[in-house]
Design a protein around this ligand. Structure first.
Ligand SMILES: Nc1ncnc2c1ncn2[C@@H]1O[C@H](COP(=O)(O)OP(=O)(O)OP(=O)(O)O)[C@@H](O)[C@H]1O
Length: 278
């Protein structure tokens, strides 16, 4: 297998918000390799967003350091970091401020100082990546919530960052929207983007990512494959997280001697059919 090189390294990071009397991050260390598709999970207030904002230089560690593509976020201008690590905010209205979809997506690449032709190519590419062709002249606020979310992804993609951070992408999404975002995350990852998803949506995690970092109370409780972490019931419980129902069902079935290790409905279906057909 091809050795993946490192894109982000978090070294013993401690973070305290100005004026706060507690540490939001307490000695977090983490390495993210190019081409990974991972989730940072944890209960509300555990430190996920604080960690994610330290990954793209929006926040700088109080102690310790974060290296992005070999650059120390504390001593490198933030725009150099933001160019490499794009952040899609949880709430689209915190990110959208132009009057059309086209202008919104063009904003980032224009600010990078690219030629008009290059901006045009990037906008067309980013809009088609997320499937918003035909909506270029819409006012972003006339789009439904799911499409608004796709627009914020396109705006960040148009900057062609190496890493894409999606903060709680499934909040406010219906089933179809969640499915679309899961497929989009996987597609972008296949195309070479490193994708980091911050979420407490365990079903989305099971369906989407390969690696899971569990953050609780400002610390990393576990870092492993999706299958390992979602099956570590005792550790998840410490972080007040319930594994997806399919994972719980598979665990109960294993106790009864049924050989099943599914994370998703599709996997369970395949394993069950194999059993019956075999
Ligand atoms: N601007 C701020 N000033 C002071 N404290 C903050 C600030 N933002 C977050 N915190 C605190 O830092 C801790 C970690 O918050 P953080 O937002 O990183 O958690 P989270 O896991 O992302 O939670 P959520 O899912 O609710 O976003 C919490 O105790 C939170 O109240």
């Amino acid at each position: 297998m091809k050795e993946m090189s490192e894109i982000i390294r978090v070294e013993d990071v401690w973070f305290r918000y100005e004026g706060a009397d507690f540490w939001a991050l307490k000695g977090v260390s983490l390495t993210i390799k190019k081409g990974e598709l991972l989730a940072i999970i944890g209960q509300n207030g555990g430190g996920k967003t604080t960690l994610a904002k330290n990954l793209n230089g929006l926040l700088k560690p109080t102690k310790g350091r974060v290296m992005v593509d070999g650059l120390d976020t504390k001593t490198t201008p933030t725009y150099e970091i933001v160019k490499r690590v794009g952040y899609v905010f949880q709430n689209p209205s915190h990110q959208i401020f132009e009057s059309t979809v086209w202008k919104e997506v063009a904003y980032g690449p224009t600010n990078l100082g690219l030629s008009q032709e290059e901006v045009k190519q990037r906008v067309e590419w980013a809009i088609s990546e997320v499937g918003l062709q035909g909506y270029e002249q819409y006012n972003p606020y006339d789009l439904d919530y799911g499409k608004m979310k796709l627009l914020t992804v396109a705006s960040v993609l148009a900057m062609k960052p190496q890493v894409l951070i999606l903060d709680e992408p499934t909040t406010g999404q219906d089933h179809a929207g969640r499915h679309l975002l899961s497929n989009l995350s996987k597609k972008l990852n296949r195309e070479g983007f490193t994708v980091v998803i911050i979420t407490h949506d365990m079903r989305f995690v099971a369906e989407t990512v390969n690696r899971v970092v569990l953050v609780s109370n400002g610390e990393i409780l576990m870092d492993g494959s999706t299958r390992e972490v979602l099956n570590a019931f005792d550790i998840l419980k410490k972080a007040a997280i319930k594994p997806p129902q399919i994972v719980q069902l598979a665990s109960e079935l294993r106790k009864k001697g049924v050989d099943i290790n599914a994370l998703t409905v599709e996997e369970a279906l395949q394993e069950i059919l194999k059993h019956y057909k075999g």
